[in-house]
Design a protein around this ligand. Sequence first.
Ligand code: SF4
Ligand code: SF4
Ligand code: SF4
Length: 265
Amino acid sequence: MSLSAQRSLIVQIDQLLPQTQCGLCGHRDGCLPYAKSIAEGEAANKCVPGGQPVADALAILLQRPHLTAEPSVWDIQTDGRPQRMKAIIREDECIGCTKCISACPVDAIIGSGKLMHSILTDLCTGCELCIPPCPVDCIDLVADPEPIPTAEQRTLEQNQLRQRYYAHIQREEKRRVSRKGPIVRAEIDIEFFAQFSQASNNIPTITLADKPKENPVLDAKTTIELAKTRTQIKKLEKQLSVRPDEQKQAQLIALQQRLNELQEI
Ligand code: SF4
Ligand code: SF4
Ligand code: SF4
């Protein structure tokens, strides 16, 4: 398959994915990396929020055998997908630490330092990524009370979510070069999104900031510790996105603090 045919296939696969960007398929950076991996041969039944309808649509697109979708912890709706969820902040308990804001892939949380935060319910996809970083555990998930979207509404919603996620990635990339605040989510592989988006007309373009990623004067020991810390953070985030665990959450916070210290060297 030519490179452009491969890219076109990835875009078609991505268009069938819900754009929740939750990472439950095992691809921490969301739907596009999973789409690429499916095009390269990975099984197409791992999108948990997409459920059986998405697994079946992908099997048809790819002309592969139909597989049973990975199960969700939520009940199945009448459209065959898992229950749509929304996050809600118990605002009287929120300490305004801002950690949930950076974690949200679609920028659905508003608030600023030391002030109460709120979730823009219409934008929330229920991806759960804001829950592990919250130090006071004041974010709940509730079933979405809105009617199940039609196919047209879903396509529109997915397009909007993709746009919002790419805007989030682009902003994170700009922040990377002048970052002062905490890193809540392990850094997204922005180079992949930049390369892919610049070669494709169908998705929003992402550009890399000029400043190099690593500080060139770091000594070898610090560089190794930085790499190890990032890997451990990614691993823990993945585990916590599937199942909450207090001990692992505490380890994650300690590692994030260490990462911040190392990045300031
Ligand atoms: S919605 Fe979540 S599980 Fe489905 S492809 Fe996107 S990131 Fe993966
Ligand atoms: S508010 Fe939380 S659950 Fe909702 S989209 Fe953002 S990170 Fe996901
Ligand atoms: S992470 Fe929790 S405590 Fe911090 S701002 Fe968000 S909701 Fe409030």
